[in-house]
Design a protein around this ligand. Structure first.
Ligand SMILES: C[S@@+](CC[C@H](N)C(=O)[O-])C[C@H]1O[C@@H](n2cnc3c(N)ncnc32)[C@H](O)[C@@H]1O
Length: 319
């Protein structure tokens, strides 16, 4: 695995040729420099990083940008221990089941900014660059929530063409606060586009099957085999105490990424995540025998993904 510090954070406008009038597609021009000879972690703004990657090299691009919630995304990791002698008036103390006293200690606080003046203006050059990196059989997955999904769909239609739109995936989960004045929002949207309509790689049989909702309605053989997932995915968030939890805010579950990578990339193919966070795409690529490039502008995200991927390396490879 190669680690590369690319360029200071700060978006650079896409380059255009002044003599050719307005370009139909404002994709950043490729820069020499980044060669795909090993899995790659890039620390820096993804716009210049994408411009330096080889065009047409990727089976799959997965983007999970900040959702423009208007506030910093922060996750505090606490260690909780029994403390009978503790004085309840002091901070960090809770009373649990059976009146037992617990003390919580802050282990770490991980955070990234999530407020954009013009969100679509931020996204557009990155989507155009990402499209240019896809092979003709390549597919782009764009992960977003209900606040921006509809605006992003219109932007993606513009960048890819409406005919390239493949799916709107709904990832439904059930966790966290439930307001009482409206339906609790418990899903994310993943918009899927082909680089070239009709030429995209999609291996339906490589995806793990899931149980039928009403197994009694199909024969016992079919019920035992399970069904291929549809465009609505019921999947838990990253389990609080699970193996894959890194503590990075808005970390996505490996199970969701496993479906995407299995279906839309070939064994040994290259996958790219320009907003990589804790490195979930890389962890899944390792499991499934794909190559990967992960980009994130946050040094904290980098520390998290490096630790995660070092732990995920086969024993013989670890140094
Ligand atoms: C929603 S999180 C990604 C979470 C990730 N999918 C995971 O499973 O951990 C979005 C990430 O985008 C990063 N980011 C925001 N703007 C960026 C930019 N211009 N270039 C590169 N990374 C950026 C943030 O640092 C953050 O880690």
């Amino acid at each position: 695995m190669r680690i590369c510090e690319f360029e200071a954070v700060g978006a650079r406008p896409p380059e255009t040729d002044p003599d050719s009038g307005p370009a139909p597609e404002r994709e950043p021009q490729p820069e020499p420099g980044l060669v795909l000879d090993d899995d790659l972690l890039i620390l820096g703004d993804n716009l210049p990083a994408l411009a330096a990657l080889p065009r047409g090299a990727f089976d799959l691009v997965y983007l999970d940008p900040p959702f423009n919630t208007g506030r910093a995304q922060t996750r505090a990791t606490l260690a909780v221990a029994r403390d009978e002698a503790a004085d309840g008036a002091r901070s960090g103390l809770r009373t649990g089941f059976g009146g037992r006293r617990y003390r919580s200690t802050l282990l770490q606080r991980l955070s990234y900014e999530d407020a954009f003046g013009d969100y679509l203006e931020f996204l557009e050059p990155r989507l155009r660059a990402a499209r240019g990196l896809l092979a003709d059989h390549g597919t782009l997955y764009f992960h977003i929530d209900y606040r921006e999904a509809h605006y992003c769909k219109l932007l993606l239609d513009e960048v890819f063409g409406r005919e390239a739109f493949l799916n709107e995936l709904i990832w439904a989960y059930d966790y966290g606060a439930k307001p009482r004045r409206r339906w609790p929002a418990k899903h994310d949207t993943i918009l899927v586009y082909a680089r070239v309509p009709g030429r995209h790689h999609f291996d339906a049989d490589a995806v793990e099957r899931e149980p039928y909702m009403a197994p009694g309605l199909v024969g016992p053989d079919k019920a035992a085999r399970g069904k291929r997932p549809t465009d609505v995915w019921f999947h838990t968030i990253v389990p609080t105490n699970g193996r894959e939890k890194t503590g990075y805010p808005t970390q996505k579950p490996e199970g969701v990424l496993r479906r995407i990578v299995s279906a839309s990339s070939r064994p040994g193919g290259w996958c790219l995540d320009p907003f990589a966070g804790s490195g979930t795409l890389g962890a899944v690529c390792r499991q499934l025998g794909r190559r990967f490039v992960l980009v994130d502008s946050s040094p904290v995200a980098h520390a998290v993904m490096r630790e995660r991927l070092a732990a995920a390396r086969p024993r013989a490879e670890r140094t």
